[in-house]
Write a protein that binds this ligand. Structure first.
Ligand code: ASP
Length: 461
């Protein structure tokens, strides 16, 4: 049998496929000592192990079954898999707004054919139109693939290019920008773009998907349609993140770039606004603002791009029993800035005080944030806080640790003057620092969770 039939299968995995005369894209029932599994045999990548057969079950989930445990395989059919997405010319309508979609990679860029379920990299306007035709009802779309990386690989080089390309597109007259991005570090990129791109006259909307489009529960098309709508028609001219709202697929939420965070590794409703309430709800018909204090769309083309960035900055996530040598090591290695994610209101243990003093004496800029994520650093409440401030550590209000990290990179890229850095750090550019948290923000407006309602109904009161 040809290699095509065994794509990626080697060793025991391939042997078992040969024994039962089956191959990839065959519909099969696999029998093992633990029961039977029905599904479609998927190809394996060259780097995967050689001991498992991977099938896609009807639920859309992929499972790997140890070749050694398989006692029988019966074939029930074969499928022709077409890796191509039909390239249809994206229609141009002069009455529709013009949106530029920048691709950086992530799940959303690699698997967009939500109807056929095939795993395909799709990116040109024609491919996007072929897989999500609804986009053409909203705007004229131009796409540009800047990168094709999973988001842990995004870094200063990519952020700076992105900021510059955004500036150029705005000056050219585009009505909105969408950035397709892996979800894992989308909030990091959203934060740095909130600092690097200021006073945009048009929406800059980041979007990703938690589940790939070969899964029936994929959020790729849902999120993309909403993001394109927010960019084309929305009135919020800020860096925003557009992702799934509640756990049901009723609406999406628009979050402010410097107040949003990925809070779940696999839920589709993974993104939450922290310390505040989201900007708006969005569905295919409307965008409903949840607050009015956003920067509205403008007609001019003025935007400020400032891509300053100092790379020698780090986050120190405090844990009890942290040893001082870890702080000393950062100073020795030439780090210019440290953002501490402290406990409670912003604390660390006494043994590292002296090391923090050595750091600030050496000219390192040290800022305190809270690992509770909600709430403010308050260093006047306990003696600990006052002592830590005495070491030259500056409280960073209610900036999220990753946001403070990005802001410190940006501030130190502009100046090393202590007071100047402090001024930049503590003067809000957007909502990275707010005067107070809304009393109900922690509890509501994060997208209704039907499961919670259901749970509460079952409790006898
Ligand atoms: N690991 C992926 C990324 O962040 C996950 C995703 O795209 O959702 O690039």
């Amino acid at each position: 049998m040809s290699d095509k039939r065994f794509q990626g299968y080697r060793g025991p995995g391939r042997a078992v496929l040969e024994r039962f005369d089956v191959g990839v894209w065959h519909d099969v029932v696999l029998t093992t000592g633990d029961g039977s599994f029905a599904g479609l045999i998927l190809p394996r990548s060259e780097t995967s192990d050689d001991r498992h057969i991977v099938i896609k079950m009807e639920t859309g989930y992929n499972v790997g079954i140890l070749a050694d445990t398989i006692t029988n395989i019966t074939e029930h059919g074969r499928r022709e898999i077409n890796y191509e997405i039909p390239e249809k010319a994206f229609p141009f309508d002069k009455h529709k707004p013009n949106v530029t979609l920048f691709g950086t990679g992530g799940t959303i860029a690699s698997r967009l054919d939500y109807r056929t379920g095939a795993v395909i990299p799709a990116f040109s306007p024609g491919e996007l139109y072929g897989s999500v035709p609804e986009l053409a009802d909203i705007c004229n779309l131009t796409t540009e693939k800047l990168y094709g990386v999973f988001s842990e690989n995004m870094g200063p080089e990519q952020w700076i290019t992105l900021a510059n390309r955004i500036g150029e597109e705005i000056e050219k007259g585009v009505d909105g920008i969408v950035i397709g991005h892996g979800t894992d570090t989308m909030h990091h990129t959203a934060a740095i773009l909130s600092f690097m791109v200021q006073d945009s006259p048009v929406p800059i909307v980041m979007v990703g998907s938690q589940r790939s489009s070969d899964r029936p529960s994929s959020d790729a098309a849902f999120n993309l349609i909403h993001a394109v709508k927010a960019a084309a028609e929305g009135n919020i001219a800020e860096v925003i993140v557009c992702m799934f709202g509640p756990t049901s697929d009723e609406y999406g939420l628009l979050h402010r770039g410097a107040r949003v965070r990925k809070m779940h590794s696999s839920y589709r409703s993974a993104f939450r606004t922290l310390g505040d309430i989201p900007l708006a709800m969005i569905d295919s018909k409307s965008i409903s603002p949840l607050r009015q204090d956003f920067k509205p769309r403008r007609k001019d083309r003025n935007v400020t791009i400032n891509t300053a960035f100092e790379e020698r900055v780090t986050i120190l996530y405090y844990y009890p029993n942290m040893q001082p040598d870890i702080v000393d090591a950062m100073v020795e290695k030439g780090y210019r800035g440290i953002v501490i994610a402290g406990t409670g209101l912003g604390h660390v243990n006494k043994p590292i005080y002296a090391a923090l003093q050595r750091a600030t004496d050496a000219g390192v800029h040290v800022y305190m944030t809270v690992q509770t994520l909600w709430g403010y650093v308050q260093m006047y409440v306990y003696e600990t806080g006052r002592e830590i401030m005495g070491l030259g550590v500056t409280p960073a209000a209610n900036m999220l640790p990753e946001v403070a990290y990005m802001k410190l990179c940006w501030a130190l890229g502009q100046t090393t003057d202590r007071e100047e850095v402090k001024k930049i750090m503590l003067t809000p550019v957007g909502d990275e620092i707010t005067d107070r948290e809304p009393y109900d923000g922690y509890l509501i407006f994060q997208g209704a969770i039907p499961e919670v309602e259901e749970f509460l109904r079952t409790i006898k009161r």
